[in-house]
Design a protein. Structure first.
Length: 380
């Protein structure tokens, strides 16, 4: 099988790579992370101007009609730069939920703005008690006049502090943890009753806890059929997992390269420490994990847009497990190879290591996905 990128895909990857190299140095990233916004507004505009925020959307709404492979090329390069912009949340997950579940009128209203980078979306699917279970929804949406009234809380909504639109799950029926009865709503971030408690995450991003207190929305805010959003959420979470896997590969590539450079430059007893056999073996193990992760990211990207079935679920669970474990290994072994400097705030490797740890915990860690994979094998 030929895993090489097509000419168009390679041009896309080169475009993102040049942009990240030119405008996203480590020092610039540190400044962006410390700002009130938490990322670069100018860089986000550049993503929109170059059409990169339009990659996964259909041409009918101003997109390029890209597949999981095109998203993979973008996310890998954003990972290499540790870019803080909410591409995953707004373009891949938020836009994907609206595209799949929304009506033609909803798609025409919101998707061109998202594809153009003019509207940012944050997604509130997880709740404090849920522990990675997206079906564990305690937020309620009760009928109120022609629309709904929402009450509940969403946890760790990355990019939610500055989003224009919020896509949230809420229960219109059924009991907690039941797939049946979950609905999706698009809520204006400045709607009455919406409050956000913002905070930085350990990897330099910004998240928020989202409180919905008697938030009234019209019937046009409902995405899809009431109570039938669980399948849509699962499918789009799968696309987001594939994108996360691609980002992780970009992060791992730089982490391994930095570790190798350090082993060549740091001297002890008059020789580079890279000559010590135990460190050579450690570096080989890190590179082996990287290659395995890269293969799994390609596999995940190849099924990201496939119809939902147990084979797609198995591939995505396996990819998230392998990449989560590989990322954790590379982070830990890289720190061991560097010594104390590996966790120094002013040294970029520490931030790559933290991002790998956080990627492992987004949308389910390696243990959760191992359990899912085992259950799917038994299901046949």
């Amino acid at each position: 099988m030929d895993f090489r990128l097509s000419e168009e895909q390679q041009m896309l990857q080169d475009t993102v790579a040049r942009l990240v190299r030119a405008e996203y140095s480590f020092e610039q990233r540190m400044a962006h992370s410390a700002s009130a916004l938490g990322f670069s507004e100018a860089f986000w505009r550049r993503l929109g101007e170059l059409g990169l925020t339009a990659v996964p959307f259909p041409e009918a709404v101003g997109g390029f009609g890209g597949t999981g492979v095109e998203v993979m090329t973008v996310m890998t390069e954003l990972g290499r730069g540790l870019c803080l912009e909410p591409y995953l949340q707004s373009v891949v997950l938020g836009g994907g939920l609206i595209q799949q579940a929304g009506t033609d009128a909803q798609a025409a209203r919101w998707l061109p703005e998202i594809a153009g980078g003019r509207t940012r979306v944050a997604v509130g699917l997880q709740e404090p008690q849920a522990f990675y279970d997206l079906n564990d929804v305690d937020t309620r949406a009760e009928a109120h006049g022609p629309g709904y009234r929402l009450n509940g809380r969403k946890a760790v909504v990355i990019g939610g502090h500055c989003a224009d639109l919020l896509v949230v799950s809420a229960r219109t029926g059924g009991d907690r943890r039941e797939p049946d009865g979950i609905s999706l709503f698009v809520v204006a971030a400045d709607a009455r009753g919406v409050s956000r408690r913002s905070y930085p995450t350990i990897d330099g991003f910004r998240g928020c806890d989202l409180l919905l207190d008697d938030v009234e929305v019209g019937p046009e805010a409902l995405l899809g059929t009431a109570g039938k959003a669980a399948d849509t959420i699962e499918y789009q979470a799968g696309r987001a997992i594939a994108a996360l896997c691609a980002e992780a590969v970009g992060v791992m590539e730089v982490a391994c390269a930095q570790t190798l450079d350090y082993l060549k430059q740091r001297t002890q007893f008059g020789v580079p420490i890279g000559r010590f056999q135990v460190l050579q073996h450690r570096m080989v193990d890190m590179m082996s994990e990287l290659e395995q992760a890269r293969s799994m990211a390609i596999l995940a990207a190849s099924v990201a847009e496939a119809p939902q079935d147990n084979e797609r679920r198995r591939v995505l669970a396996a990819a998230k497990n392998v990449i989560g474990r590989s990322g954790q290994f590379i982070a830990e072994q890289g720190i061991q190879s560097h010594g104390g400097i590996g966790m120094t705030w002013e040294y970029s490797f520490a931030h790559y290591a933290k991002r790998l740890v956080m990627i492992n915990h987004q949308l389910g860690d390696d243990d959760v996905h191992l359990e899912r994979y085992a259950a799917l094998l038994q299901a046949g």
